[in-house]
Ligand binder design. Structure first.
Ligand SMILES: [Zn+2]
Length: 484
């Protein structure tokens, strides 16, 4: 009997705001403990929170990038629990009305088809402080200290939806996390540095028999440190749950820890459900109403998504993944390519001229694409001349070099140098015969079996014609004459 795996991530992302979510304290790492705190983020009596508008903007930006509907009115709630690094005894989070709901993230599924992995909600909440144990871990420590620098840092929680296209394998899980991280970095809401704790995930795992409709109890694995361990934890948990089910033993809904040394999950506590936290609307914060002006401005400031550019380049322009990857990386380069490709039939060829020839000229001159002396329109003209056989590739390369140095148009340079390709076959044959007569040793070497020496002879013909010969044709004629 085959089993289906159901994986749902809860990802916490630290937002790249300058200050905390409800006070003006700066955000920083590696600083002295409790150096970035104030009465608000340490929960002193009588203080009131003030919402950071930038954090809301970044949350909504994430929601738009992840295809969510944005709630016009949302509000903050208190999530009550006791922990020494949570001075108020509650965390300000969101419950019934988060900023964003019902989105999806598109990834390549195991069958090779694209899948829209459901995202149930995206909400904003404050981070807690950090406990520092005197001997590095809780066990065996005589003292524990608390550092509130992290207290009140804005966190975005992105919760996947187990009801809509959930992740069904460890490879999909990995693709989901990598893609999600890439999107969030791309829209500039966080650096998502895993080692700095800016991108943390908890994962919910359950299994059911193929065809089964109902869900079985799920377990949540907390705070896994790396993508590799996430895969191992999911795989371990899947096998453990299947074995329990086969034995007929119950699987409890609980929170488990992944033991990185032993590569197993171990029980931590019973999984809390919402009622355990006694959520209620935070009376210190009014409802947040996002007006159309605000939403429009978030939309306008949304940076392009690299993923969208990639799929446009491969699907609409027919580029190889390698070329698309090089061009999609930089939005300005992508725009350059799109402008240049307007009158080009062979876009792959254009991509090659950008990623090979133009890149190397830019690199030598230490310029980036926005400062290129060759405009997209001018490059387009050059490539289209070659497309129409009015210029050989060798000539094209020389012309591009001169265009780069002078910013002049290709036609201008060609006219000035009276560069036209040699199309007359008799003329080409006589050039080749001249090369053969001048290089008897090289011809012998080719005859004796060292075929690569033919490249040298082609080069000689190109030199004689100042690049006006078509290299492929020269090679064909050489072979016909040397091996009659
Ligand atoms: Zn503060």
């Amino acid at each position: 009997m085959d089993w289906e795996l159901i994986v749902c991530f809860e990802v916490h992302v630290e937002l790249a705001t300058a200050t905390k979510l409800f006070c003006g304290c700066r955000i920083g790492t590696g600083l002295a403990a409790n150096s970035l705190i104030c009465p608000i983020c340490t929960g002193q009596p009588g203080t009131l929170p003030t919402l950071n508008k930038k954090a809301v903007e970044l949350a909504v930006r994430a929601g738009m990038a992840l295809n969510c509907s944005i709630n016009e009115v949302s509000r903050f709630a208190r999530k009550n629990y006791f922990y020494p690094d949570l001075p108020k005894g509650y965390q300000i989070s969101q419950y019934e009305t988060p900023f964003c709901e019902n989105g999806f993230l598109e990834i390549e599924g195991d069958g090779g088809l694209m899948r829209k992995i459901g995202i149930r909600r995206i909400h904003l909440e404050e981070d807690a402080g950090k406990l520092v144990h005197s001997s590095g871990s809780l066990e065996g420590s005589e003292n524990s200290f608390v550092d509130f620098n992290r207290s009140g840092v804005p966190l975005l929680e992105i919760v996947a939806d187990h009801n809509r296209e959930p992740i069904s394998s460890t490879t999909e899980a990995r693709r989901y996390l990598e893609r999600l991280r890439q999107v969030l970095i791309d829209i500039g809401i966080s650096e998502c540095a895993i080692e700095k704790g800016q991108f943390r995930c908890d994962v919910n795992v359950s299994v059911r028999r193929n065809g089964e409709k109902a869900f079985r109890p799920r377990t949540e694995i907390k705070n896994i440190g790396s993508f590799r361990f996430i895969n191992e934890a999911i795989e371990y948990e899947k096998q453990r749950q299947i074995e329990l089910a086969i034995k007929g033993a119950p699987c409890f809904q609980e929170t488990r820890l992944f033991d990185e040394a032993r590569r197993i999950t171990i029980p931590m506590r019973g999984k809390e459900n919402a009622p355990d936290y006694r959520y209620f609307p935070d009376p210190d914060l009014v409802e947040v109403t996002l007006g159309n002006d605000f939403l429009d401005s978030v939309r306008r400031n949304m940076p392009d998504l690299i993923q969208g550019r990639l799929s446009e380049l491969t699907c609409d322009y027919g580029l190889s993944e390698d070329d698309a990857g090089l061009i999609a990386k930089d939005r300005r380069l992508f725009e350059y390519f799109v402008r240049a490709s307007a009158r080009i039939v062979n876009r792959k060829k254009l991509a090659g001229w950008i990623t090979r020839d133009l890149f190397s000229l830019l690199k030598t001159a230490a310029l980036d694409i926005s400062a290129s002396p060759v405009s997209p329109e001018k490059l387009s003209e050059l490539v289209s001349l070659m497309e129409h056989g009015e210029l050989t590739e060798t000539m094209g390369r020389a012309v591009l070099k001169e265009m780069f140095q002078t910013s002049r148009a290709a036609t201008e340079i060609i006219e000035k140098k009276s560069m036209t390709p040699i199309t007359d076959i008799e003329a080409l044959i006589s050039v080749v015969q001249k090369v053969i007569a001048q290089n008897p040793d090289a011809v012998d070497t080719v005859r004796s079996g060292k075929k690569e020496t033919i490249n040298f002879l082609v080069g000689q013909a190109m030199r004689l014609t100042s690049g006006r010969a078509d290299a492929r044709e020269v090679r064909d004629i050489l072979i016909k004459i040397i091996f009659p």
